[in-house]
Write a new protein. Structure first.
Length: 498
């Protein structure tokens, strides 16, 4: 031995120290993951992380909070067990939708069973113009947020098309319109159950021109057009401008037009044509089941009455699959199907189309004398964007967005609006139709809301006889924010004090 003393620590003492250290580490990790879970739950409670939003990934949260991946996993499992977040396969963790009860639904509408002249309020233009004011919270006009559109990709595609085909991009493309676009539209129409050839399609300046042309093709001033009640005020404006009358048909908030009531009015009113939005109507968000669409098409075909189908929101289903169009059941060429890319791709490009069936020649003539042609460059750019496959991915994204924001708006209405409020349950589209307590005047609510820099669409805009005085339509097409939340809260206060 070299004289140094050697001390041996008994195994029992060493094990006690190791156990104490391990217990201390476990206690620290327990505190850490519980503290992290508490912080995240507070972010959800305060609205920083909202229902349907993705929480930071495990690795990102680990780096942000300076804790181990294992600690984050424990915190997320705890939050998941408490129903605050949920795991989605191959996608990560998301804030779970809160458990809340939506307001009751409105009943089927009951408009007068007679034809009437259309009186559209000048208030429509005020609601539209409010969208230009950056200081106004835009809950009125259903304009999608620019953030939703693939602006950069579409601009790049447009520039590339213009460089490759400079002469074609700057020339006229008379009716029926750009052949490449009509081919892509015909291919996509298969998803709606329609079998169309490119020659069956005529391109237009958006759906507004398509509807205008169709009405002119099948009716004349003084004729009666059957419409849903309530219906989009843009449709009422077109009908009024053409000097036609309307017969408003009772409509269910979920399943659309009541076919029994329509059949009764076909006997009592000299209806020349029908104009319906069967997939996610504006403002109700109703969607007619396929069997009802089939019955509707057959009912009108037996009477040789044209159906103008506004399918503008057909691609905005909240589910994975879009519903069929009525055109899918058309065997007589009496369904004139109208659509555009304004709500899904670009409002500014004004690219729409119509499949007019047996009225094709008449629509082509009216299109030519109306606007000669639709802009070639935008048609070519949209056609290429569709062909390159980016459109489907984009549609899935905006469908999730609208589904989430309609739910958020409904939840906010449930939380802030007074007792007696009712709201629709749309399965697609971007708006919510809200019935206020019977004594509330939505026009007065509109005036007070505008004074608070909040734009809404009052119910009378959606009726030929300016009915629905205690209803409003809310736009769900903007990203949710604290400003939107506070605007809905303020609306609730205005309504409660009315």
């Amino acid at each position: 031995m070299d004289g140094r003393r050697v001390y041996f620590v008994p195994n029992k003492m060493l094990n006690q120290d190791l156990a104490a250290h391990t217990a201390s580490q476990l206690d620290l990790e327990s505190r850490l993951y519980k503290q992290l879970a508490l912080r995240i739950s507070e972010l959800v409670e305060h609205g920083t992380l909202r229902p349907g939003e993705r929480v930071p990934s495990v690795r990102k949260c680990s780096a942000q909070q300076d804790v181990s991946v294992a600690t984050v996993m424990q915190a997320y499992r705890l939050l998941e067990s408490r129903g605050i977040i949920e795991a989605r396969p191959q996608s990560g963790y998301y804030v779970k939708a809160r458990r809340w009860s939506p307001p009751p639904e409105p009943a089927m509408t009951k408009p007068a069973p007679r034809a009437v002249k259309v009186r559209v309020s000048d208030l429509v233009l005020q609601v539209i113009k409010a969208c230009r004011d950056p200081g106004v919270v835009k809950l009125g006009a259903t304009f999608p947020s620019p953030e939703l559109f693939p602006t950069w990709q579409l601009s790049r595609t447009t520039a590339a098309v213009g460089r490759r085909y400079p002469a074609a991009a700057q020339s006229y493309d008379p009716p029926p319109g750009n052949s490449a676009l009509r081919l892509q539209v015909a291919r996509r129409a298969m998803e709606a159950g329609c079998t169309l050839a490119p020659d069956d399609i005529i391109t237009t300046f958006g759906a507004t021109e398509a509807l205008n042309l169709c009405l002119r093709a099948v009716a004349k001033p003084g004729d009666v057009i059957a419409i849903e009640s309530p219906t989009f005020f843009g449709i009422l404006q077109i009908i009024q401008s053409l000097g036609m009358r309307v017969c408003e048909i009772p409509t269910f908030p979920r399943h659309g037009v009541c076919l029994d009531e329509l059949e009764a009015r076909l006997k009592s009113c000299r209806i020349k044509a029908c104009l319906f939005t069967l997939n996610f109507s504006n403002p109700l968000g109703s969607c007619m089941p396929d069997e009802k669409k089939k019955r509707l098409v057959k009912m009108l075909a037996e009477r040789q009455i044209p159906l103008i189908e506004d399918d503008l929101s057909g691609n905005l289903a909240f589910g994975e699959k879009r519903p069929k169009a009525a055109k899918a059941f058309d065997q007589d060429g009496l369904v004139l199907m109208c659509d555009s890319f304004s709500k899904t791709l670009s409002p500014g490009y004004r690219v729409g189309w119509v499949a007019p069936g047996r009225f094709r020649e008449r629509i082509e003539f009216l299109k030519f004398v109306n606007t000669s042609a639709t802009a070639s460059l935008t048609q070519m750019a949209v056609a290429e964007f569709l062909q390159n496959g980016g459109y489907d991915h984009h549609l899935r994204r905006i469908r999730r967005f609208y589904a989430s924001h309609v739910e958020r708006m409904t939840e906010a209405v449930s939380r802030y609006f007074p007792e007696g409020t009712r709201a629709t349950r749309p399965a697609g589209g971007m708006c919510l139709w809200v019935e206020l307590p019977s004594h509330v005047d939505s026009l007065a609510v509109y005036e007070r809301a505008m004074a608070s820099k909040i734009s809404i669409a009052p119910g009378p805009l959606f009726s030929a006889k300016q009915k629905y005085r205690n209803f409003i339509r809310l736009n769900c097409g903007n990203p949710w924010s604290e400003a939107v939340e506070q605007a809905v809260k303020r609306l609730g206060e205005i309504i409660a004090s009315s």
